[in-house]
Design a binder for this molecule. Structure first.
Ligand SMILES: Cc1cc2nc3c(=O)[nH]c(=O)nc-3n(C[C@H](O)[C@H](O)[C@H](O)COP(=O)(O)OP(=O)(O)OC[C@H]3O[C@@H](n4cnc5c(N)ncnc54)[C@H](O)[C@@H]3O)c2cc1C
Length: 422
């Protein structure tokens, strides 16, 4: 490493994406420094934040390779065996079943604070490769042909061949790098709360699109489930203000009492829903990762999964650059990462937003269309299989299937004025 650098990669943000990237780079022999605005003490044992994260097979594989999966408390990792999607009061159910694809689980649900603690412990265990800096808020970024430099709120200046921003979907460092982002404010808030219930959930997740709101019931370890109730932002306050018994009763009623009596088993947390997609994931000596690159609506449970996929891709490209004798700020490597991460994430990002718009639209026409989509999907095994395979990481994404299906349609004759022979 050139002596004038402070490290090889400066990572801004010690969330689960920034920390897992540091672990991945360390295992590839690349030194990093993680800059986090919060004090480090808050990262050792992060408080419960109500988010329960559904992880795919690929995400599990990445975490296992990094030794992070084994750091999760085994009794808090819950297999997701089936998923049922319903619309309104229609009895139609769109079912997804892991066993149909020969798997034990579609994915796994893990409390977010356990993932964050595992990532932090993983980074600490690689102290020779990773320097963790708390109380280190990045306030400025400067890049030239030689280096990327950040300035911290306390005036310190640090430099490296590459800066990676993992500083959340509202990333300020992304702006400092001159990268814009599409933002979609859904005007909705997700209220999340851990629930205790009477009956066995049998590992089944339920996504219920109801009039004016959606309710997801996600199976956690034991007789517990994570309730995710998404309402318009002006209606969220009323749900947050309810006393515990009234809130539990409301969830139970909306869910049709299918798991017997319900009680709250944790605090309620409110998350205003804004989806974000950066214009690109790279600039000179700079890359975006995690929510700073792609901030998803949680309904398709992809946010952190995408973070892990991006980490895998970026590490691979940086290692290839180094092996080819190029430096870590290499434009070709960063472009290759950006292209690949966009290829994987953009169709699912667009598809998720389209699903949210359709399934939260209370117009009668949208209601009819929803019913039709559930009916068609039930009888369209390739689409169902594609969604299941996408979760289990054993095949193409549903969007690839649709895209390929459209591409396979016979080409329409081109109008003569487009044929170029005139
Ligand atoms: C209700 C809900 C449910 C979800 N469910 C799922 C799911 O089922 N599956 C899934 O895959 N994902 C899910 N997600 C998404 C997942 O939680 C996020 O993708 C993930 O936590 C993002 O991690 P991150 O490290 O990119 O960002 P963050 O966790 O936001 O971390 C960013 C870090 O950067 C730090 N920072 C910010 N600015 C600066 C600065 N200037 N200088 C230094 N540090 C800075 C912050 O303090 C923070 O520590 C869900 C999200 C929500 C809200």
């Amino acid at each position: 490493m050139n002596a004038s650098y402070d490290t090889e990669v400066l990572i801004v943000g010690a969330g689960p994406a920034g920390l897992a990237l540091a672990c991945s780079l360390a295992d590839a022999g690349i030194r990093s420094m993680v800059l986090e605005q919060a004090p480090l003490a808050t990262l050792v044992d992060p408080p419960e934040d109500g988010r329960d994260i559904a992880l795919t097979h690929r995400a599990r594989r990445v975490m296992t390779t990094l030794g992070l999966w084994e750091r999760l408390p085994a009794d808090e990792v819950a297999p997701l065996k089936k998923a049922h999607v319903t619309s309104g009061t229609s009895p139609l159910v769109l079912p997804f079943d892991a066993q149909e694809e020969g798997h034990d689980a579609l994915g796994w649900l893990v409390p977010n604070h356990r993932i964050r603690a595992a990532c932090y412990a993983g980074a600490q265990a690689r102290a020779q490769w990773i320097t963790l800096q708390g109380d280190a808020r990045v306030t400025a970024l400067h890049r030239d042909s030689e280096r990327a430099t950040v300035t911290l709120a306390d005036g310190r200046v640090l430099s490296a061949p590459l800066v990676v921003a993992a500083d959340s979907r509202f990333s300020s460092v992304r702006k400092m790098a001159g990268i814009g982002a599409r933002m979609l404010d859904f005007g909705r808030t997700a209220i999340v709360c851990r629930m205790q219930h009477e009956l066995d959930h049998e590992g089944v997740a339920h996504e219920c699109f109801l009039r004016g709101h959606t309710l997801a019931i996600l199976p956690m370890a034991g007789h517990q489930a994570s309730a995710v109730w998404t309402v318009s932002t002006d209606g969220a306050e009323a749900l947050m203000q309810m006393n515990e018994a009234d809130f539990a009763q409301a969830v139970d009623k909306e869910f049709g009492h299918r798991l017997g009596e319900m009680k709250t088993a944790g605090q309620r947390h409110a998350y205003p829903l804004v989806a974000v997609y950066a214009q690109r994931f790279w600039a000179a000596r700079f890359a975006l990762i995690g929510d700073a690159a792609v901030g998803m609506h949680p309904v398709t449970a992809h946010g952190y999964n995408f973070g892990l996929y991006g980490i895998e891709t970026l590490t691979r490209e940086l290692v290839a650059a180094r092996q080819a004798g190029r430096d870590l700020g290499d434009v070709l490597a960063l472009q290759a990462y950006s292209r690949e991460h966009q290829r994987v994430t953009l169709p699912i990002y667009m598809g998720t937003n389209a699903i949210v718009k359709l399934f939260t639209n209370d117009q009668p026409a949208a209601h009819v269309l929803r019913g039709a989509i559930l009916r068609v999907s039930r009888h369209l095994p390739p689409l169902k299989t594609a969604i299941t395979r996408q979760l289990t990481g054993s095949g193409k994404s549903p969007f690839d299937v649709v895209r390929e299906g459209l591409a396979a349609l016979p080409a329409l004759p081109r109008p003569p004025f487009l044929s170029g022979r005139h």
